[in-house]
Design a protein around this ligand. Structure first.
Ligand code: ADP
Ligand code: MG
Length: 328
């Protein structure tokens, strides 16, 4: 077969497909209109039927097919309600004007209308997931001053920001002294996850233990751990600030174990791994087992340097010689 014959065949196949698609779309539109008409009394076609009262013919059938709706605006309003697409209802007319003015093709107009609906739906989902994540503050990766963390592995941070570790149940661990931005980055990455469509839940290590202790005391620890699987990312902030007793250490271990290769964890700690035994009641064995599970599929980011809070304070004090306590 020559190149030109191949092109001609491809064009012919496309044309046949397009004709079939158009016919199918027409049939579907008729079907939708019929179903819609029969199921919702608020539909645009409310006039009496021509065939009303004919024996053997169900009253609600054929109406839309026999008589296409005269009022297109009402029909679109009805159809957008039927498919729960309020954004399309809000934008189709303006976009139609724009399409006429700018000479858009039908396909371009359709794509523009659908894109607006999809964007609105995504924004809505992100807002709901953000509220459900219980972030303690709004901190974004974009607001994070990387110059203050010259040794931070930016490629790793950029990789984590893509959230590709979440579908594979990978983990992320942020280590460093107080005030260097661990919580800021944990929230920023959590927001990225929420924007990527993942349900996220944020709490401090102490908060998680309290939640698990309550569930344990109510005899529903296993149920609670299972319930948490609906969140594709759990953020555990501030591991190490408050040491755990033996029961807390055990509950915490169960949380880490239940997530292993099942769901992602993003943990922050002011303690290096070598001192985690101190956090978990001096039990180095539990600490080692926990670290083992956490780091198996994990990116570990270490933050260094002075606290950002005191740095800002020091800079302010340095600028104003009259400020009392400038030598702090
Ligand atoms: P950590 O959790 O490590 O103790 P935080 O994340 O709570 O530190 O940071 C303390 C404060 O400093 C927060 O208000 C945070 O937004 C801010 N901060 C810390 N590091 C940075 C940074 N590199 N860029 C911008 N803000 C920062
Ligand atoms: Mg913190």
């Amino acid at each position: 077969m020559t190149a030109s014959t191949t092109q001609a065949t491809t064009r012919a196949t496309r044309a046949t497909r397009a004709t079939r698609a158009t016919r199918a779309a027409r049939t579907q539109t008729a079907a939708v209109t019929t179903t819609a008409d029969s199921s919702d009394a608020t539909g645009p076609n409310q006039e009496p039927r021509r065939d009303a009262g004919q024996p053997g013919r169900p009253h609600q059938q054929h109406r839309a097919v026999d008589r296409p709706p005269r009022d297109l605006t009402a029909q679109i309003a009805y159809l957008t309600r039927a498919i729960r697409a309020p954004t399309i209802a809000a934008v189709w007319a303006d976009l139609a004007d724009q399409a006429r003015e700018d000479g858009w093709s039908h396909e371009e107009y359709l794509a523009a209308v659908l894109a607006r609906q999809v964007a609105a739906r995504e924004a809505n989902g992100t807002a709901i997931r953000t509220a459900g994540a219980h972030f303690p503050a709004v901190k974004t990766l974009e607001d994070f001053n990387l110059d203050h963390q010259p040794s931070l592995r930016r490629d790793v941070l950029a990789h984590l920001a893509t959230c590709t570790f979440i579908p594979t149940a990978g983990n992320a661990i942020l280590l460093g002294p107080p005030g260097v931005g661990k919580t800021h980055l944990a929230i920023g990455l959590g927001i990225k996850a929420v924007q990527a469509g993942h349900p996220v839940l944020f709490d401090t290590a102490t908060g998680w233990v309290t939640r698990l202790r309550t569930a344990h005391d109510d005899g529903r620890l296993a149920t609670e751990l299972r319930r948490l699987h609906r969140y594709r990312l759990l953020v555990i902030d501030e591991i190490g600030y408050i040491p755990f007793d033996a029961q807390a250490a055990n509950l915490f271990f169960q949380l880490i174990s239940s997530r292993y290769e099942q769901g992602s964890l993003l943990a922050t700690s002011n303690m290096p791994f070598s001192r985690w035994g101190e956090i978990f009641g001096g039990d180095d064995v539990v600490a080692a087992a926990m670290i083992d599970r956490l780091v198996h599929h994990a990116e570990v980011l270490t933050l260094t340097g002075d606290s950002y809070r005191t740095r800002n304070r020091r800079e302010l004090l340095a600028k104003d010689p009259a400020t009392p306590g400038r030598n702090i």
